[in-house]
Write a protein that binds this ligand. Structure first.
Ligand code: PEP
Ligand code: CO
Length: 455
């Protein structure tokens, strides 16, 4: 591999990515309409602030040191239609409930990062889709085009960039309001929907954990006379794949009294597996912003390439700056993760290891439905825990595609979703998500794993 010196920051600007080859961008037919939408976007106020972003960076640095654990999760692809109160409240609730289980069972503070309030652009393996002889552009997320299989819906529309920004703003506004208001009922585990627990071989252990969680919270309430502030006033962060670079650029700003440039459309943007080419536009854009950032690493990343990603994206080795979201697959993690982790550890690179056990474990059933198996997701997590520990580092976070509804998209778990069930309530537009019961069960199992591994 070619090893060029890391280009100095001075040669970076929010537009310097435009000089590099750029993957996975939509082709707009009306360039004037695109310019108008981007000008408007560049004038609109930011969705997050630099101090929230710096606070997240500190928390991620704590996770790198093993003092915290990161729970990142949400839809694969957020839908405009889901920008409504019930759906948003459910997304928040599942992450809060999972994080309480992890605090209680795993004994670490948890940083919650939603895959929402902006997760509207999707990379696609194929640029077009063909049905019954008709070929149309692929659906690329609500920010770019619409899912209906007709030319009008599938034609990329720059106006959707503004609609996406507005919905991200509405979502984050409601989330902030819910958190400020206490979002009460989640701290009474006896009201949680844990019916699936009785079907699990671990039911006694789950019930003990849920009971002791309720007791600790009530004890704290009694002691302090009010609900525990850690839970009532939780921090909550947003994240999305920073895929559509014109959109990201339009929200990239300088702020008073802090050096550098921030992407103020989200706290934690990440680079996807399909756009992490070292010579490409996404790496160029991300290297210059001051946010903490993630990069997805799949089985085709060599240890040398992982090292280069660290050098380019975090040349100062700043704690909290870079999260490697590894998504290797249960069958390949054993082969791919140790050499990568050993290389970075030996080179003294500061990174947060965060396992995405979803994207390396996608399969298609005989009847053509995209799904994932609960056991494979769990197995990649267990293996990652064990491998990173053996390499002298640790797993610092997890990244799930999940939803607060009991959809039937992933197979297995104690509630026993079968192949026949997949047709019943399969709603995702892109990748299959863990449902409420599967996500809660995963949180209990993860807490157990954290305990077994000495936390
Ligand atoms: C995703 O997170 O939805 C995604 C497309 O992941 P990856 O880039 O890891 O394939
Ligand atoms: Co996905």
């Amino acid at each position: 591999m070619q090893r060029e010196a890391v280009p100095p920051k001075g040669l970076w600007s929010p537009t310097s990515w435009q000089l590099k080859p750029v993957a996975q961008q939509p082709e707009y037919t009306d360039s004037e309409a695109l310019s108008r939408a981007l000008c408007e976007l560049a004038k609109l106020p930011p969705l997050v602030t630099s101090w929230e972003i710096e606070n997240l960076k500190k928390q991620l640095a704590d996770a790198e040191h093993g003092h915290r654990f990161v729970l990142q999760g949400g839809d694969c692809s957020e839908a405009f239609e889901d920008c409504e109160s019930d759906a948003i409240a459910k997304k928040l609730k599942i992450l809060l409930q999972m994080s309480l289980v992890l605090v209680q069972g795993g004994g670490k503070r948890i940083t919650r990062v939603g895959r929402f309030a902006g997760q509207y652009a999707k990379p696609r393996s194929a640029a077009t889709e063909t049905h019954q002889g008709v070929t149309l552009p692929s659906y690329r997320g609500d920010m770019i085009n619409r899912p209906g299989f007709n030319l009008a819906d599938r034609t990329p529309n720059p106006e959707l960039l503004l609609r996406a920004y507005e919905r991200a703003a509405l979502t984050i506004n409601f989330i902030r309001a819910l958190i400020d208001g206490g979002f009460a009922d989640f701290h009474h585990p006896e009201y949680w929907d844990l019916g699936f627990v009785s079907k699990s071989p671990l039911s006694a252990e789950y019930m003990r954990m849920a009971d002791s969680l309720g007791e600790s919270l009530r004890f704290l309430e009694t002691l302090t006379g009010h609900t525990p502030s850690e839970i009532n006033r939780v921090d909550f962060f947003t994240s999305h794949e920073g895929l559509h670079l014109y959109y990201e650029q339009a929200q990239t700003r300088q702020v008073p009294r802090r050096p550098g440039w921030y992407n103020l459309s989200t706290h934690f943007p990440w680079i996807g597996e399909r756009t992490r080419d070292l010579g490409g536009a996404h790496i160029e854009y991300f290297r210059g912003i001051s946010n903490p950032i993630g990069v997805k690493v799949g089985p085709s990343v060599s240890p040398a390439e992982a090292l280069r990603l660290c050098e380019v994206l975090n040349p100062d080795n700043e704690p909290g700056r870079l999260t490697l979201i590894h998504r290797l697959g249960a069958d390949r993690v054993e082969q791919c993760l140790p050499p990568m982790a050993e290389t970075l550890t030996k080179a003294g690179k500061t990174v947060l290891w965060c396992c995405d056990p979803m994207h390396g474990n996608t399969e298609t059933t005989r009847s053509g439905i995209k799904t994932r198996r609960f056991e494979k997701v769990l197995s990649e997590l267990e293996e990652s825990y064990r491998i990173l520990k053996a390499c002298g580092t640790h797993l610092g976070g997890v990244h799930f595609e999940l939803t607060g509804d009991n959809v039937t998209e992933c197979l297995g778990g104690a509630s026993g979703v079968t192949e026949a069930d997949l047709k019943r309530d399969y709603r995702t537009r892109v990748d299959p998500r863990l449902n409420y019961e599967q996500a809660m069960e995963m949180a209990f199992l993860l807490a157990r794993l954290m305990r077994q591994n000495g936390r």
